[in-house]
Design a protein around this ligand. Structure first.
Ligand SMILES: [Zn+2]
Length: 310
């Protein structure tokens, strides 16, 4: 009996030692709110950190259903990286509170708001109230869709990881330099592909694409939503159809988590085309990382633009 007990203790001790060793080898435990931030963080951290994201790329990041597993992830995290600009305001604050993890609360060393060092568009002027139904009260939170901002996020992540895990600072710096170069090469490719379509007027469902449009010289002339976060209304849809006909706009970009009923009827009325385009890593199974997100979207959009006969 005594022997069995001792053997059990030995096994349990070994299991604990293995768990502790692997946890140590994995380094910082990073939780990001979105898969885009997770991908950019992996680019910098490589195998020296562990990264997990809360929202999936096929979900509307404004409205994520809270699950108990998210609280456990947050409880164990050393670092939380958020998109900010109130993107996560509908679901993150209660999870963060219930995580009982003082290290990752806003203002703590283990909290990184990625929006603080990027270029933000659509910053509202004057008094804004939530009664207006606008889910973008602090500027447009879909800013990661400009690769220039992706680079800025990666750099901020490099700074934060180096601060929290200084022994690997040189490794993180080298990973950033490598990502920066691969991204710059990819940007040349995307620019060349979309260059012939500069100035093309497009419509988007939600205001997810201002940074993408600005970066690649497209002009967003209207939205299927009357306001960010407000579903289409009959009057707004009629106005949009009239404006699209006037502007000869034919492309309607729709994020994968929206109903295509209204966009399809707008396309029918205008002779346009609905393009379901993912704003996030993980939105389609081919979109495995940040650079693949643009590869996928630029190719998809290019096919649609060519199809319009322009
Ligand atoms: Zn939004």
């Amino acid at each position: 009996m005594k022997l069995v007990h001792r053997a059990f203790r030995l096994v349990a001790g070994a299991v604990f030692a293995i768990t502790a060793a692997s946890a140590h080898a994995a380094g910082l435990k990073v939780v990001t709110t979105t898969e885009d931030l997770a991908s950019l963080t992996r680019e910098i951290g490589g195998d020296r950190i562990a990264v997990d994201s809360i929202a999936k790329g096929y979900q509307d990041p404004h409205f994520v259903e809270a699950k108990p597993s998210f609280i456990l992830k947050l409880h164990a995290a050393d670092l939380l990286i958020v998109v900010g600009r109130e993107l996560e305001i509908g679901w993150l604050p209660p999870l963060l509170q219930q995580s009982r993890n003082a290290n990752i609360q806003p203002g703590s060393k283990g909290y990184l708001d990625a929006s603080l060092t990027v270029k933000i568009l659509d910053i509202p002027q004057g008094q804004i109230t939530r009664a207006m139904g606008d889910v973008h009260p602090s500027g447009n939170p879909h800013y990661w869709l400009d690769p220039g901002n992706g680079r800025r996020i990666a750099q901020a992540v490099q700074g934060k990881l180096s601060e929290l895990q200084p022994a690997d600072a040189a490794f993180f710096a080298q990973r950033f330099a490598d990502f920066d170069k691969r991204l710059a090469d990819a940007e040349k490719r995307w620019d060349a592909m979309l260059a012939p379509f500069k100035g093309t007027k497009i419509v988007t469902y939600h205001r997810s694409w201002p940074n993408f449009a600005e970066r690649f010289g497209l002009e967003v002339m209207g939205y299927v939503e009357p306001k960010p976060g407000i579903p289409p209304s009959p009057q707004h849809t009629l106005d949009l159809i009239a404006e699209m006909k006037k502007a000869k706009a034919t492309i309607i970009l729709v994020e994968p988590y929206f109903d295509t009923k209204t966009p399809l009827s707008v396309a029918w009325e205008t002779g346009g085309k609905v393009v379901v385009m993912s704003p996030s890593v993980g939105g389609e199974k081919e979109i495995t990382d940040y650079i693949h997100l643009f590869d996928y979207d630029v190719n998809l959009l290019l096919g649609a633009l060519k199809g319009t006969g322009k």
